[in-house]
Each structure stands twice: as C-alpha cells, then as structure tokens.
Ligand binder design. Structure first.
Ligand code: ATP
Length: 933
C-alpha cells in the first residue's frame, strides 16, 4: 500500500480517478478488503468529529444562578448572615441557604450538561449509516467505520459522511451550505480534473463531509475521514448540541416571578403592619419573619425534579422506539391533536411483493411470498414463461434495469438493499430467470434520471441493447437501436409521456380508448389496495442531456402495469383506534394513488366508506384559504408532493391544531420543521429528514407515534401532579409563618430558614421524585389532548394549590395555637415550634399519597403500582423523626424533644390534610364532576 499520510495533503480535485484509486490503493469494482479496512481503522481512527462548540461549562454553571428565586435566596442568606454576626451567633442559616443555593446550581449544572450529553448520545443512535462497496459486496456500515479508500455510495437525502473524490456521478447535486455558506445546490461531475487553485465551492469532482445530497446518485472514493476533512478543519463552525428551554421551563420561570413578587408583597404587608402596631422595636423580629417567608415560598427542589422527569420521559420513549431529538418534544407530544402519517412503511410494512402484471396482451398473477425469488407466472390458471411474451418480457427487463436495489442472501434469508418497491421488481424478474449480472456485461447504463417524489417516475438509458436478444424476442424497432430508455413510475404520470403502446411484439399508436382502459385497469388494482407502477420504454439514437428529464422522457412506448401488495402493519389498526379515543385525528398523506390510499385508509379505520380524499392536483388548484376549509374534514391526501405537506401543516395550524408530521424524503424537511413535532423514519428516512426532525421512529411504525404521545401525556400529567404537591406545601408554609405573629401573643417565627429548607428539599423532594414516575392513569388515552398554550395554573391547578395551601395553613395554625398554650404549661416552652414543623412535614406525606390521583380514592389504588411513593414517605418520616430524636441533628436543626403524646397530636393533625384531599374527591364524584390530573 502506498503511504497514505498524504491523504490529507493531496489536492484531490487535481487528481484523475485512476490515480486517486491507485494512490489510496483501492479498487473501483470490489472496494477495500475487510483486512485493509481494519488496518486503516487502526491507522486513522474512527470517522468522527470531535464535539466542540455549544455553551462552555462555566456558562452553563453561571446560568443556573441567574434564576430570580436563587437570587432572592442569596439576598436572604446575606441578611441572615449579618444578623448572626451582630448577635455573635454561628451563621447556621446563612451557611445552609448558601449551601442550598450552590447545591441547586451545581445540580442544575450537572443535570443540564448530562441532558446535553444524553441528547447527543441519542442523536448518535440515529447517526447515519453509509452504503459502501467492500470485499466485492454492497454493505451498510455505520458512518464512524468509514476509512480512506472506501468506495461510498450516495443518493438523494444522504448526508455525506466523509470527504471524497467522485468516481461516478449521475445528476448529482449537493447542498454545501454547511461548509461554504452557498445556499444553491452544486452540480457535481466525476470526470473532470481541476486546477490546483480551484476554490472549495468550485471543486465539482469532490464531495465534502457534512453536506447533503439534494438529488441524483454518486460513487465516491473516500479521501479523508474524521478531523482530516474540510469540515473537521473548520470544526469551529460546527454547532454543539442545541438546548432550548422547554415550554415548561419557561412556565417555571414565570411561576418563579409570580411567587417571588407575591411573597415580597406579603412580606411588605406583614412587616408594615407589624411596625405600625408594634413600633420599630418589633422590626428586627419582623425581619426574621420576613426571611423565613422568603425561604418558604421558593420551591427549591422543583427545578431538579422537572429535569429528572423529562429525562425519564425521553428514556421511556426510547424504550418504546421513539427517539427524542429535542427536549421540548417530550411535553409537546402530550398535546398533539393531529398525526399526519405517510403510508408506505409507517402504516404498511414496506415489504412489497408483486402480485399482478398487466400488459396490453396479458393479465398475469405471480405466485410466491416475501423476497425469495421463487414463484410462477400464471395466466388464466396456466403457468406461463413470461419471457416468451415480448411485452411482458420487456416489462420485466425494465423493472430489473430501471432499478438501484440489490437482492442478496443474508444469513440464509433473502434481503433487499435499497428501495423495497424496486426490490420487489428485482424479485419479480428473478422469478422469471432474468439475471442482472449476466445482462450487465454488455448493457451499460449511460444516463439516469432518478426517482423523486415530485416527478414520481424514473428512467435510465442503456447502451448495448442487442444483448437483450439472448433473453427475449425484441420488438423490431429495438433490434438495432443504439440506446434504450427504460422508464417506470406512477401510471397516470408515465402514460402522459407515452404516445404508443406495445401489444405482444406490435407497437401501435395509443388512442383515447386504450388510454382510458389502462387507467381503469390501474384504478381497479389500486382499489384493491395494491401499489401500482407503470412501465414504458423508447429506443433512442443519441444520449440525452442529463439535466433535462422532461425532454428525454417523451414519445415513450407503454408496456404495462405492475401491482404489488404491501401488507398493513398489524398493530396500526389498534393504534388508529386509540388515537380516535384520545381525541387525536389520524391523517394519511401519501405519494401513492388515491384509490390505493383510500383502500388502505378504510382498512385501517382512518377513513369511512364514504370519506372524501384529496389529490395533490386538486390541492394544487386550491388557494391556501380554501385548503384551510377543506383540511378540517378531509383525512386522506394522495399523490401529494413534499411541498403540499408543508401547505397541509400550515392549514392545520391555522385551525389551531398541534401537528405531528412524518417524513422520510430529502424534501420533507420544511414540513417537518414547520410541524410542532416533526417525525423522521429511523430505518428508511434520509439523513436530511432526521436532521430536521424532533423525534425519530426507530421502527418507522405509526403505532410508535401513538405510544410516544401517550408517554408525553404521562410526563405532563406527572409534572402537574408534583407541582400541585410542592407548591401547595409552599403556600401552606408561607401562610403559617405570616399568620403566627397575628395569632400568637408573642412575636416569633415557628420555623427557622434551615427547617424550611429541609422541608422544601427533603420532605417535598423525595415524594415529588416518586410522583414523577407515577404510571399512566388508565384513562390517559381516553382524554382529549391538553392545550399547549395553557398556563401553569390552568384546569384548576392554581385554585387547587391555593385551596390546599389554605387548608394546610388552617391545620397547622390551629395546631400551633393549641401547641403554644400546651407548651407554656411546663417543660420546654419552645416545643410548639417543633410540633408545627413536624405537623407540616407529616401532613405533606399524607398529601403525597392522596395526590397520586385526582379522581381515584387512595383505597382504590394499589400502593404497589408506584411503590416509590410509599418508600419516599416512609424514608421521609424516619428522617423527620431523626431530626427530633437524634441529639446532634436536634442541635443542628434547632428542634426540641417531643413526648410521644405530642408526637401523636402531630400525627393526628397531619392526617387531616389527607382526609381533606380524599373528601374533595368524594365530593366531586357525588357532584359528577370529572377531573383530569
Ligand atoms: P408515502 O408518501 O406514503 O411514503 P409513497 O412511498 O407511495 O407514499 P412516493 O415514494 O413519493 O410515495 O411514491 C409515489 C409514487 O411514485 C408511487 O405510488 C409509485 O407509483 C411511484 N414510485 C415509487 N417508487 C418509485 C420508484 N423507485 N421508481 C419509480 N416510481 C416510483
């Protein structure tokens, strides 16, 4: 092997194809050997870019401390520290508050950077695979495995995984904006060699890592991998993983503002009233009350619990085959109202098998299942050799050669590399005994007009036509033709390009009647749910211009129709039904025939027997306003192009729908970006569509979208559940502290800042985390989706928090008044404070158990359905008792010893909150009110 070190220094655009292959010691036909790949992997390392960019660590850390609640806590710590200093006391509270602030910041930092890493890892899971020629076989390998010298294949929608020198390019256009900033596609050519000073943007014989294939196909000799690529060199241009604040985090910021301003107002009132009635002498004590109130109102544990919940949500979704690429998608999924799905591969299995062939002379059935090339051609009940009938034989050749898929045996099973539609045609041809390798020796592909979802057809031009004579009787016009064009595509569109037809060996001009008959045959097959393709050919004398398919694909000779079956995914029917019950509207948006789409939609329950469907052509003729009206009723869109998808999403959004839209092609990216949830296909999706998506379906399955919306709803409900739980407690504490100067004969605070922090972090924190993993309510998919615009206090949550806060305060204040008097009768007179502290903590435990469901009573729920809640409650109770009965802790937290009678009183009072919450449920049930969590 030549020394490969110059790989990164050679100006590959100046080098011819043969020399490049020689220099990298590679082989155009067979590619590298497995051993050569191993050696080069060792030498060059994996084909990866070092992750750089994004927010630096110090910035993430600093951002944690800009939160208004943490700022307020810091101010509290400073004031508390000054007071302790003046009283010559150890500044326990100040240190604790600072510690909590720092802990909160560090936790937030760790979680955020972990979330970034986790998202990056998830993205890696969806990282592109590359088709390479190795050991004489076509193989699919992860992009990290590429080495210099590999022969890599490119097609529309691929993201180029390494730098390379083109060996072959057919209509190849790349979008290089990631590298050069140039938005226009760049046409590439393999044959040219360029001057050394050609700028990067003009190196038309090279492809670069990170760019996208907009159209066409290419074969590339890999010249540079990893950091030794153009992109690697300017890696600073690379974006790090984006993190956007989720809508929920934004709502939490708003909540923080409300809480902080609300509590500061209350503080002003308490301090103002205190000074007014008690004079300035009371100011210092009032300041302590104010400090406690400020600490009480901040839900210190909440941000951490939310981050953990979202992380758990993404994990749960991955387990159900839905890979989240952007964190906000986790919650948005819960509010999806419309799912627009492709048909092929998402609703169906994308395992095509040809069943029918209809030419102008024959109508044939084809037997056999799966991709095994075993089966017969049957005409009117009799087996038939299809190559004996010229139009059928030529159609089979058309299907075989106007085709980029490969049929190969993998571990004993037949498998398709490439598009399953084309794979089915290879299998069909193989059943007749046609062999591409044998034909390929003489027949050479000279031009190709690739398939695109807009054109819905493809064609290729071959030289060496005479080689076909060994397999079939050729029509006269073809016998001496220098070139043969073979075309296939959607029957209506291909027929438009035809002027004549072939019946047996006879070519004749197509009249209107024959055209109508062909279309009627196609419609009849489509109505049975078959995917129908048309086939045509033409003999030509000169090689057509690559850039203009419309000019070349004309005056074609019609050959016939092929109908293939694509079985439904068995789980989709149930998923569609679940969508309907959940108030989510399933829609089908497909490139396929209207009747095929309709037959499948009816079978799946997406459309009724008399439902209306809209074709791309009808949609094209509509104004956006007209479409907005139609989109409210029509669920089936057929023969659409990717740009129609964008219009449909926009029309649905105008109607305030929250749209999840699937897409796999290179041109689906705008629609995916526009939809609230853009969904790409993990298996068949192009890299470009994945890059534009919020979520990737690892199994391409519609049922997975429904599963992900369910998980989204569960996450959202659980967040509401623990927000309710935590903030009810904060309001209760706040009111208790604010009321104590009014109700007690002395001016004193029942809870020290340290104790409040303990409650907010530990006694609220553990149960809240346990509530975050609460399993779905059984009816979660029987409810309508929630409104994504709804505020944090929507659907009674604000009222609940306030109500529970007040009840909480009434319980603790009544207990406080009793405890105060009780404590004055002997023993430690400050015991009442510990009784209040304990009652507040224990009452929250009852609340945690009751809040698990807004409608079901606790006795109706199994404690084992979420054992974490039970565990958290037990743990917290033990910790609370330790604070009272373990001496060092008692000294540190400033609690007082309680007698068992006093402890019993605390337990008694604290159960009242549980009783209240349960009573609310019973009341609502009697009144017939339905609540949603
Ligand atoms: P969906 O959008 O649901 O995935 P689809 O796969 O049928 O549906 P397209 O791939 O855009 O949508 O195909 C549209 C039509 O183009 C098909 O109905 C078929 O007639 C034709 N077609 C599909 N694949 C090819 C191909 N490889 N070559 C030629 N024509 C094709």
């Amino acid at each position: 092997m030549n020394d490969l070190s110059p790989a990164s220094t050679t100006a590959w655009h100046t080098v011819g194809i043969d020399q490049a292959l020689r220099q990298l010691d590679s082989n155009d036909d067979t590619g590298l050997t497995a051993q050569a790949v191993l050696d080069r992997r060792q030498k060059y390392g994996p084909n990866e870019l070092e992750e750089i960019g994004g927010r630096p660590a110090w910035r993430i850390l600093l951002d944690q401390f800009t939160n208004i609640m943490l700022l307020m806590l810091m101010a509290v710590a400073v004031v508390s520290g000054v007071l302790s200093y003046r009283d010559q006391e150890f500044p326990k509270d100040a240190i604790a508050i600072f510690a909590i602030v720092i802990l909160n910041g560090v936790l937030g930092y760790l979680q955020e950077s972990r979330a970034e890493k986790a998202l990056a890892a998830l993205k890696q899971m969806a990282s592109p695979s590359v088709r390479v020629q190795r050991d004489g076989r076509l193989q699919e390998v992860p992009s990290q495995d590429l080495v210099p010298g590999d022969i890599m294949l490119l097609e529309a929608g691929d993201q180029v995984a390494a730098d390379g020198r083109l060996l072959e390019a057919s209509n190849l256009q790349l979008r290089e904006s990631a590298l050069t900033g140039e938005a226009q596609g760049v046409n590439k050519q393999a044959t040219r060699t360029l001057a050394a000073d050609t700028s990067l943007a003009d190196r038309k014989n090279l492809v670069f890592q990170g760019t996208e294939v907009a159209q066409g196909r290419g074969r590339v000799l890999v010249t540079g991998t990893g950091m030794k690529t153009e992109l690697g060199r300017i890696a600073a241009m690379l974006q790090g993983v984006e993190t956007e604040p989720t809508p929920l985090q934004q709502r939490m910021t708003q909540l923080g503002n409300v809480l902080v301003s609300g509590s500061l107002t209350l503080v002003a009132i308490v301090v103002g009233a205190g000074v007014f009635f008690g004079g300035w002498g009371a100011f210092e004590r009032l300041l302590e009350v104010a400090l406690s109130m400020a600490v009480a109102v901040v839900p210190e544990g909440l941000p951490a619990v939310i981050t953990v919940t979202l992380a758990i949500g993404t994990q749960r979704m991955v387990r159900r085959q839905a890979l989240i690429r952007r964190l906000p998608a986790v919650e948005t999924l819960g509010s999806v109202t419309t799912i627009c799905s492709d048909k092929t591969g998402t609703l169906t299995q994308n395992k095509m098998v040809v069943q029918r062939v209809r030419t102008l002379s024959q109508s044939l059935q084809i037997t056999g299942e799966g991709y095994a090339p075993e089966g017969e051609f049957v005409s009117e009940g009799q087996p038939l050799d299809p190559r004996q009938v010229t139009d059928v034989g030529l159609l089979l050749v058309d299907g075989l050669l106007c085709n980029d898929s490969v049929l190969q045996k993998e571990g004993g099973d037949w498998a398709i590399m490439g598009d399953p539609t084309e794979g089915a045609l290879v299998v069909m041809a193989a059943k007749s005994g046609l062999d591409r390798h044998r034909l390929g020796h003489e027949l050479q592909r000279v031009v190709e007009f690739p398939f695109s979802s807009e054109r819905k057809r493809m064609s290729v031009v071959f030289s060496g036509v005479h080689a076909l004579a060994a397999d079939l009787t050729l029509p006269k016009a073809l016998a001496n033709a220098p070139y043969l064009m073979l075309a296939k595509g959607s029957p209506e569109m291909l027929l438009e390009c035809c002027t004549s037809g072939l019946k047996g060996t006879e070519q004749f001009e197509l009249d209107q009647e024959t055209r109508s008959r062909i279309l009627a045959d196609s419609a009849a097959m489509a109505a049975q749910g078959l995917r129908v393709l048309g086939f045509a050919y033409r003999s030509i004398t000169t090689v057509p211009n690559e850039g203009d398919p419309d000019l070349a694909e004309r005056d074609l000779v019609w050959l016939g129709l092929v109908g293939m079956i694509d079985a439904l995914r068995p789980e989709v029917r149930v998923a569609v039904q679940r969508c309907r019950v959940a108030g989510i509207r399933p829609m089908m948006i497909t490139g396929d025939h209207q009747l095929t789409a309709m037959a499948i939609a009816q079978d799946l329950g997406i459309a009724d027997a008399d439902a209306r469907s809209l074709s791309g052509a009808e949609l094209e003729a509509m104004s956006q306003a007209e479409l907005e009206a139609v989109v409210k009723e029509v669920n089936i869109y057929a023969r659409v192009s990717p740009e129609h998808k964008l219009r449909i999403v926009k029309a649905l959004q105008k109607d305030h729908q929250i749209v999840a839209m699937t897409g796999d092609g290179v041109n689906d990216a705008p629609a995916l970006k526009q939809a609230e949830i853009g969904i790409a296909m993990g298996i068949t999706g192009t890299d470009v569509s994945k890059e534009a998506s919020d979520m990737v379906l690892l199994d391409d399955n519609f049922a997975t979208i429904v599963a992900a919306t369910e998980e989204g709803r569960v996450v959202y409900t659980n967040i509401r559940r623990f927000v309710k739980y935590i903030l009810g407690s904060n309001i209760g504490e706040l009111l208790t502290i604010a009321l104590s100067p009014l109700l007690l004969p002395i001016l004193d605070v029942p809870l020290s800042p340290l104790q409040i922090l303990w409650m907010n972090l530990v006694t609220d924190g553990f149960p809240a985390l346990a509530l975050a993993v609460e399993p779905a309510e059984p009816d979660v998919m029987e409810q309508p989706p929630h409104d994504p615009q709804e505020g944090i206090f929507a659907r009674g949550l604000g009222a609940y928090m306030l109500r529970i806060g007040i009840v909480f305060a009434i319980i603790s204040v009544s207990m406080m008044v009793w405890a105060y008097q009780h404590a004055q009768q002997g023993g430690d007179p400050d015991r009442w404070k510990t009784m209040v502290f304990t009652t507040l903590c224990l009452a929250q435990m009852g609340h945690a158990i009751a809040v698990r469901s807004g409608s079901r009573l606790t006795i109706e729920m199994s404690p084992w359905s979420n054992p974490f809640v039970l565990g958290a409650v037990l743990l917290t109770c033990v910790l609370q008792l330790m604070l009272i009965y373990v001496e060092p802790l008692r000294n540190f937290f400033g609690t007082h010893l309680l007698s068992s009678f006093e402890l019993l009183i605390c337990f008694g009072f604290s159960t009242l909150l549980f009783v209240w919450v349960e009573a609310e449920k019973i009341y609502r049930r009697i009144r017939g009110k339905v609540v949603r969590d």
